[in-house]
Design a protein around this ligand. Structure first.
Ligand SMILES: *Cc1c(COP(=O)(O)O)cnc(C)c1O
Length: 395
């Protein structure tokens, strides 16, 4: 199907889908590792690349290919390469496009494990990394060196939902001869399309909203054919590819992406407005709120505020901030205490002692991740039940 003639909701349901001679209406799961050839000559042609077709599921698999084509259509990307997890998507992107001695400028407000990958692992292999504040555009300009290959951001950021200016950062990256990479995990293409705003590469943890129901691990890297060629080259060789079963689950997840993201965002906004009105809450971080420092920018880049809300709990006089946050979390009956996000089940977490516990206390203070901060990934339950579950805030 030509993707440009249909609306995004239709692409979610229909794009990338193909059927076999059996005419199945739902995508088939190809749970096989290798593919048979009609002859030795055909095998040689497939391996030589002169004849298209599947060889081995580490290289290509029809179910994974359908997932890649669907997500590429949704992001408006020439090519998508599926990976075993969100982390392996970031690894494949850097290993495909950078060499020892190259330099990456990364936002200091990225997923905790992404910070570890850049600063502890990739640094050992000779990659230079500079971390700067997401919203300080001048700092990105200053961080550029002749060796800079990539700018790496997440917007909105985790857990404070700071919003980075994709267009401005893409301009600076391009002037430096570098590429802008956007981890679009929090928004998904249902809310934000970074390539349309000038970004070059998109990263996804499919584990989150693309799955949508907390079942499988997976990831993806998207961009032009030219940029994806070395990324795919790394993947098929290193083997951190997506399993066919997981791709089949994600294909089903993508079909409902637009209705789910709308429902998550609607509930998140309502909960954020309610939280703002609670005397026990010092501050709410949500891009859809007028009080958010980059609200106007967020509303230019995104079709909604998304599903993640974080807020600071005010401690009672006898409590520390951490005690107040933990008391609120421990008093919940319905909401799941877990660090995952993008699930139909609402989740609650204390970033300072979980997702960001490996970040030093100074770095946390610098980025605003206080001991009273609580993050909620709003699921699909009725919002009144979520408010009732946070009743400690109303006392
Ligand atoms: C979860 C997450 C990742 C890592 O994805 P995995 O699938 O867990 O490997 C990367 N970036 C963001 C923003 C995430 O939330």
């Amino acid at each position: 199907m030509t993707t440009s003639q249909y609306h995004p909701e239709t692409l979610s349901v229909r794009a990338g889908s193909e059927s076999t001679e059996f005419g199945e209406n739902s995508e088939a799961l190809f749970l096989n590792s290798s593919f048979r050839f009609k002859s030795a000559a055909q095998a040689a042609a497939r391996f030589g690349g002169t004849e298209p077709g599947n060889i081995y599921s580490r290289f290509t698999n029809p179910t994974v290919t359908m997932f890649q084509n669907k997500l590429a259509a949704l992001e408006g990307a020439e090519q998508c390469v599926a990976t075993s997890s969100g982390m392996s998507a970031i690894l494949a992107c850097v290993m495909g496009l950078c060499s020892a001695g190259d330099h990456v400028v990364a936002s200091r407000s990225i997923f905790g494990t992404s910070v570890q990958l850049f600063s502890n692992i990739l640094k050992r292999w000779g990659l230079e990394v500079t971390f700067v504040a997401l919203t300080d555009v001048a700092a990105w300009q200053q961080a550029v060196t002749p060796k800079t290959k990539l700018f790496f951001i997440e917007t909105p950021s985790n857990p404070l939902t700071e919003v980075g200016d994709i267009q401005a950062l893409a301009t600076i990256a391009h002037q430096a001869g570098a590429h802008l990479v956007v981890d679009n995990c929090f928004c998904t293409p249902a809310i934000q399309k970074p390539l349309d705003l000038g970004a070059d590469i998109i990263i996804h943890s499919a584990t989150k909203y693309i799955d949508g129901q907390g079942r499988c691990l997976g990831g993806a890297v998207l961009g032009s054919k030219t940029l994806m060629e070395p990324v795919y080259g790394f993947l098929r060789t290193a083997g951190v590819t997506m399993s066919a079963f997981n791709a089949w689950v994600f294909l089903k997840g993508l079909e409902t992406l637009h209705v789910r993201m709308e429902a998550h965002a609607k509930r998140a906004l309502e909960l954020a407005l309610w939280l703002e009105a609670q005397p026990q809450v010092a501050r709410v971080h949500y891009p859809g709120l007028k009080s958010h420092p980059q609200h106007a920018l967020a509303m230019r880049q995104q079709s909604s505020g998304g599903g993640i809300v974080s807020f600071e709990v005010k401690p009672a006089s006898v409590q520390t901030a951490q005690e107040a946050a933990w008391a609120l979390i421990d008093a919940t009956q319905l909401i799941s205490i877990t660090a995952n996000l993008g699930d139909a089940k609402t989740t609650i977490t204390h970033p300072a002692t979980t997702t960001h516990s490996r970040v030093s206390a100074e770095a946390r203070a610098e980025t605003g991740i206080t001991d009273g901060l609580v993050r909620i990934a709003v699921g699909l339950e009725h919002v009144d039940d979520l408010k009732a579950d946070l009743a400690l805030l109303t006392r």
